[in-house]
Design a protein around this ligand. Structure first.
Ligand code: BGC
Length: 784
């Protein structure tokens, strides 16, 4: 560790750096480092979030590391202590490999179940996301490694992620989308990464309100702001907005911009120095030579414990699970041979080890029969089904492993539906009277047309290198599942409405996200937020609530585990405003606790509620206020299983009544008009900017912008030719590659192409697209 005596003298360093060195420092060096001017060390960054992704280039494969459950699964643990341990585990792998800044965690809200990166995010609820993110950061930083909280902000979809505009009203912005960041920042992460998208018409990377006024001004954050990779278009604007470090290497382009801007006075040197002070602070705080080693076996055990904590038993009719070893079990599904354990994109790690479900049965000495059961090839499928039905005859139960292919950063999921052949197999087996147990692998919510016909459902999602072993152990009762969903499983996509995936996305539903939305439109989801079963029976008694003089509150409840088996119970406390002063959700999470519940034991628990549990954002005053009025405090086992409703009066300072459009009484997204939404937004809906035309193209444009021109068409055809080598056109990897190549600014494509496209080539393409053929050719002919 660096001792205080070795601390960098930032002012002295600033004094000896030349302007050129200063400008160079403000962009990355290669894909993963800060620039090492003079004696300054180069800080190494690597992705998390669920494992260390140590690669040399943009696309090279990573050095093997522990693959923990994805954040989307970890969140089902509702366990800050576990998140802390995962952070420590990641930190130790990082120090051993010489990584100084871990590019994680992502605490963006799961706004829509098809969000392609939901698997990397924690929850649909801001409190749960923020608290778990905070604990993770504390864990990482306890090892001396810095954490980089991302993607600030409102990065809630992957399609058009480099260009889309998230249009959000002030209340939803503060209460839902910024809240998890505000909470997680209490852990003081060394860096915050700004998002690719626009927020209310302005790029997050150029958004002064977000990066300076709110983050630094209101929240007092004094760490560094790093751009998402390739998110910066106009370096001068992004610097002025508060981006200290543009990543990755701009190959000189950003120095050129800043040099001109300093020379013509549009960027004062003071702004450069301010950004450098924060960047040097980051370098000083996180830089360490690689040291130590990590205990791969201990991390493997942690990955197992985390997988146990994150898996969720969604259904278990009449205690059908656990299975016993004397039963004759047929296992079906390709996912039993190899199930996805993580998603694709920048979070993808090379796992140190990984077991399939079938390997896990063998490891545990459990004798099962296997048959494939379904095939995407229609010709093969009927014989697979016939074979499964034959094999099922005489078995006591059939365990079917199902799931969509792993999702990938850069593309949203297209559907909640499983491939039809998987649903068909389940339909055939249940119609034939078999007792079917489903294990759902892959990411996020899926539709379950067979939900009422199967005996039990285990959701194992993308659960890391020991996810399959944990699932098999749950099936056979070696462990007692106890995770609860950190996101709603919708019954039908049509419940959710539209406004997702486009270039300008109107968040018409405002604060009504996730369970807040289902509550408001009175729709029962397939499985509610906070739902999850265990093999134990837990009862709730004697609840109380009281508010303290300092504005905090605490709820107490007594739980009894009536069963012999020990378990953990996740208790949730929600708050419901009864005053009607503002548009409010029917309930919102205000506190939670994961408690050990010993078999046949009664325990009384206290769940603390922060002062903020009774605060709401008043757009008029631009601040959070405490409502003066009546509340209900709801204590439950899930958002839909409320055991106690306790009245509580809150003496707040806010006794105004804030009118809202009638359409928000039942805020079905599809029924909120532009006018209603504008009223909430308090400003006109930003228009979709006109596409740049010939003569206006710059390096900030993407191939898609210059498509009307011949160079654009040629560039696209090169991309498509390269994409062909990536295999199946329907795969998420193929789509992600094409989307990223066509929609990333050309300067960033060059920077991240691992040398395949030089900056001069990018400049040449831009000039030619602008019709300046010779100037373009001159660039193209330059050596690099
Ligand atoms: C992702 C970030 C990631 C970065 C570096 C970007 O494409 O959005 O989450 O940290 O790449 O890999």
């Amino acid at each position: 560790m660096i001792t205080d005596a070795e601390k960098l003298d930032i002012e002295k360093t600033l004094a000896y750096l030349t302007l050129e060195e200063k400008l160079r420092l403000l962009s990355g060096d290669g894909m993963w480092h800060t620039f090492g001017a003079g004696e300054l060390p180069r800080v190494r960054m690597s992705d998390g979030p669920h494992g260390l992704r140590m690669t040399s280039g943009a696309t090279t494969s990573a050095v093997p590391s522990t693959c923990y459950p994805t954040l989307g699964m970890l969140a089902n643990s509702w366990d800050p202590a576990l998140m802390y341990s995962i952070g420590v585990g990641l930190g130790h792998e990082a120090t051993a490999m010489g990584v100084n800044l871990l590019l994680a965690p992502g605490v963006n809200i799961k706004r829509h179940p098809l969000g392609g990166r939901n698997f990397e995010y924690l929850s649909e609820d801001p409190l749960l996301s923020g608290e778990l993110g905070k604990a993770y950061i504390n864990g990482v930083q306890a090892t001396g490694v810095g954490a980089c909280l991302k993607h600030f902000a409102a990065n809630n979809q992957e399609d058009l992620r480099m260009t889309s505009d998230s249009v959000i009203d002030p209340r939803a912005l503060r209460e839902i989308y910024l809240k998890p960041f505000e909470i997680a920042l209490e852990a003081q992460p060394e860096a915050v990464m700004c998002a690719y998208n626009k927020l209310n018409g302005e790029w997050c990377a150029e958004n002064k309100k977000l990066l300076t006024d709110i983050l630094r001004g209101e929240w007092g954050y004094n760490g560094a702001v790093v751009s998402d990779w390739g998110a910066v278009r106009d370096r001068a604007k992004s610097l002025a907005a508060g981006v200290d470090l543009a990543m990755p290497d701009s190959l000189g382009a950003f120095e050129e911009t800043l040099r001109k801007a300093v020379a013509n006075g549009t960027v004062p040197e003071q702004a450069i120095d301010d950004a450098l002070r924060r960047l040097l602070g980051l370098i000083d705080n996180v830089y360490l030579e690689p040291y130590g080693d990590f205990d791969a076996d201990a991390h493997d055990r942690l990955a197992y414990n985390a997988a146990v904590a994150g898996l969720v038993m969604l259904k278990n009719d009449s205690g059908f699970l656990p299975l016993t070893r004397d039963l004759k079990i047929l296992v079906c599904g390709e996912n039993a041979m190899s199930s996805p354990i993580q998603g694709g994109g920048s979070s993808h790690v090379s796992p140190l080890r990984s077991l399939s479900p079938l390997d896990s049965f063998i490891l545990r000495g459990i004798d099962v029969t296997y048959c494939r059961g379904y095939s995407a090839d229609a010709k093969l499928n009927s014989s697979c089904v016939a074979e499964a039905l034959d094999a099922a005859a005489g078995s006591d139960a059939v365990v079917v492993f199902v799931g969509q292919p792993a999702p990938t950063e850069g593309v949203d999921r297209e559907t909640l539906d499983l491939p039809p052949e998987q649903n068909n197999l389940i339909a055939e087996l249940t119609a034939a009277g078999h007792r079917v147990v489903i294990v759902v692998c892959g990411a996020g919510p899926i539709a379950m047309p067979w939900v009422n016909r199967v005996r039990a459902i285990l959701y194992t999602g993308l659960n890391g290198q020991n996810g399959a072993l944990a699932a098999v152990d749950a099936l056979y009762g070696r462990i007692n599942p106890h995770g609860k969903l950190a996101e709603t499983f919708p019954a039908d996509l049509s419940d959710i409405g539209s406004d997702f995936g486009g270039e300008r996305v109107l968040y018409r539903e405002s604060i009504f996200v996730g369970y807040r939305y289902y509550d408001a439109i009175d729709r029962r989801p397939l499985f509610p937020f906070g739902h999850g079963l265990s093999f134990s029976e837990i009862t709730y008694d004697h609840a109380t609530v009281r508010r303290n003089a300092d504005g905090t509150a605490e709820a107490t409840v007594t739980i009894t585990n009536k069963s012999v088996r020990d378990t953990y119970e996740i208790i949730q406390v929600y708050v419901a405003d009864k005053s009607g002063r503002m548009l409010c959700a029917r309930k919102q999470l205000a506190g939670f606790i994961k408690a050990f519940a010993e078999g046949q034991t009664t325990t009384t628990l206290t769940i603390p509620l922060n002062k903020s549990a009774f605060e709401f954002f008043d757009a008029k005053q631009n601040k959070f206020v405490t409502i003066d009025g009546d509340f209900d405090v709801l204590i439950g086992a899930s958002s839909a299983d409320i055991k106690f409703t306790l009245p509580l009066h809150v003496d707040g300072e806010f006794n105004d009544n804030v009118p809202f459009p009638a359409a928000y009484t039942i805020p079905h997204r599809a029924k909120i008009s532009d006018a209603d939404f504008t009223a909430l937004l308090g400003a006109p809906i930003p228009s979709v900017p006109a596409k740049p035309k010939k003569g206006e193209y710059t390096l900030a444009c993407c191939i898609n912008d210059i498509l009307p021109t011949l160079p654009g068409k040629i560039a696209k055809s090169i991309v498509m030719r390269r994409a062909k080598t990536m295999g199946d056109k329907t795969s998420a990897e193929y789509k992600a590659f094409v989307a990223s190549a066509l929609f990333t600014p050309l300067s960033a494509v060059a920077a991240m192409s691992d040398g395949a496209m030089s900056l001069n080539t990018a400049k040449g393409i831009v000039e030619m697209a602008n019709g300046r053929l010779f100037k373009g050719l001159k660039y193209l002919l330059k050596k690099n």
